[in-house]
Design a protein around this ligand. Structure first.
Ligand code: 4AD
Ligand code: MG
Length: 467
């Protein structure tokens, strides 16, 4: 009978005595004259399995090829471990080297493990403990998101990545074209670029949000969510911005702003609870290694009610803080877009818990938000989190065709490219709401990592699209 490979995660839960086959990458090798202790990891868990190699009976050449980073297969007996730290270990009977790893050239060296350095070798960093943990968590959370909405009966709607409309109206779009940029461009009668000659026969871009198509889905299927990549060509070099990030956007017919907030709070709490219940090993590793307040912060969010207040009330608190001597880098007054320092002051210093801010000035929010009767504010809501600031942005949507048209005109946007969207308001319009959760911002919170570039396998940021 040939032995089949057992994953390290399962080996560590197996009772001693069995003959086993393990495969993975060598994390470390240490030992003395007689034995070598090899820590082997295959990505299935943060924990390694210890391989005990009898040096006196092992071919020295083979032994010399067992170096950090090398890929090996080990057959042997699973025995109770004498040393501390692990319940079981493998007494190697036979070792096969799948792939050698030159210890001098291997990019992951013990001496340089700063996150800045690891970003320069992002193609190799999943082999480190930290990125293994982060990427397993990322995968688990994606699953938890689908499960959450599936259990609630939401329809998973696939919205396009290539689009001719600017969902947020902010003009931060990456253009998509097959026009030859090295040759003279086709021109229209007015001398502008003739996009009629481009691939789609019009000017197109990568989407900044699936919301507009999401609204079409919600006003037909009731409750939908999207989950996919979105793109923003903002030149923001911050620890919280990516040019390519993943967003989850639920959109619900018949939800008002209040229902929307209730869903957002329940959604985020459920995800954090899922992480604590299903990914404890990885979270514990990150907690112990980098941030010993992580687990407490996660539990805190699950167990506290979010504080809801209006933007106007938030500004009053911030203005009072300034009057009392608190220094912000950016000025605060009614009408400004809040900076992350302001959001974090409200969450971390003032309330000590997550905050939902509502009723923002219409001038700093997108055209689709439902207008309040005061003529100044809209029914938007941002969920603000400790360490992160804004994690969710959403709103009740303007359902009235006349009002939304007026707003589009006021903002100088083109109605022409939005006619299809406006049909939701023309034909059987209904009250509806939705929000967008930035997947990487959620992961920043759940992993305790400090920089958004470290919670996505291959980050895309200004001047950086390697790998
Ligand atoms: O607030 P935003 O721009 O809202 C929308 O896109 C709406 N269409 C959502 C909706 O109502 N359906 O973005 C939503 C969230 C933010 O709260 C933030 O978490 C994340 O997306 N986000 C980014 N994450 C990483 N990098 C960026 N450049 C981000 N921009 C927004
Ligand atoms: Mg926002």
């Amino acid at each position: 009978m040939t032995l089949i490979r057992t994953k390290v995660k399962d080996l560590l839960k197996t009772a001693p005595g069995a003959e086993v086959l393990a495969k993975g990458w060598v994390r470390t090798k240490r030992g003395n004259k007689e034995v070598a202790f090899v820590a082997l990891n295959d990505g299935s868990t943060i924990n390694n399995i210890q391989i005990v190699v009898d040096k006196t009976t092992t071919n020295p050449e083979l032994l010399s090829k067992i170096t950090t980073g090398a890929c090996i297969a080990v057959r042997g007996k699973l025995v109770k471990s004498i040393g501390g730290g692990q319940a079981v270990e493998i007494q190697a009977a036979e070792i096969e080297i799948y792939g050698e790893c030159d210890p001098v050239r291997f990019p992951l060296q013990k001496k340089d493990t700063s996150f800045e350095y690891l970003r320069t070798v992002a193609h190799m960093r999943p082999r480190t403990n930290t990125f293994g943990a982060v990427l397993r968590l990322r995968s688990q959370m994606a699953f938890a998101i689908h499960q959450y909405f599936h259990d609630k009966g939401f329809v998973y709607l696939h919205t396009p990545l290539i689009t001719a409309s600017d969902a947020e109206g902010a003009g931060n779009m990456f253009q998509v074209t097959t026009l030859d940029l090295t040759a003279p461009l086709p021109r229209d009668k007015k001398g502008g670029i003739d996009y009629g000659k481009d691939f789609f026969g019009r000017r197109t871009s990568l989407t900044v949000s699936g919301q507009l198509e999401g609204e079409l889905g919600a006003t037909a299927l009731g409750e939908i969510y999207t989950f996919g990549p979105t793109f923003r060509a903002e030149n923001s070099n911050t620890p919280r911005h990516l040019a390519e990030f993943w967003m989850i956007e639920p959109e619900m017919a018949f939800y008002d702003i209040h229902d929307n907030m209730v869903l957002a709070e329940d959604f985020i709490k459920s995800l954090v609870r899922y992480a604590l219940e299903n990914c404890y090993d990885d979270i514990k590793f990150l907690n112990d290694r980098y941030d010993d307040g992580l687990i407490e912060r996660l539990q805190g969010v699950v167990n506290t009610e979010f504080k809801v207040l209006t933007y106007t009330e938030g500004i009053e608190i911030l203005e009072k803080a300034v009057a009392d001597g608190h220094k912000f880098e950016y000025p605060v007054s009614w009408g400004v877009d809040l900076q992350s320092e302001h959001e974090r002051y409200l969450v971390e210093t003032h309330f000590g818990r997550p905050v939902i801010l509502t009723d923002y000035p219409k001038d700093i929010k997108a055209f689709y938000m439902k207008q309040n009767d005061d003529g100044k504010t809209v029914r938007g809501m941002d969920v603000l989190f400790p360490k992160i600031g804004e994690i969710i942005g959403g709103s009740e949507r303007e359902a009235d065709l006349g009002k939304i048209n007026a707003r589009i005109d006021e903002l100088g946007m083109s109605r022409r490219t939005l006619e299809w969207y406006l049909d939701t308001r023309r034909f059987g319009s209904c009250p509806h709401s939705g929000f967008g959760l930035g997947f990487e911002r959620l992961l920043l919170f759940i992993t305790g990592m400090q920089n958004i570039r470290d919670v996505i396998p291959f980050p895309r940021t200004p001047k950086n699209a390697e790998f």
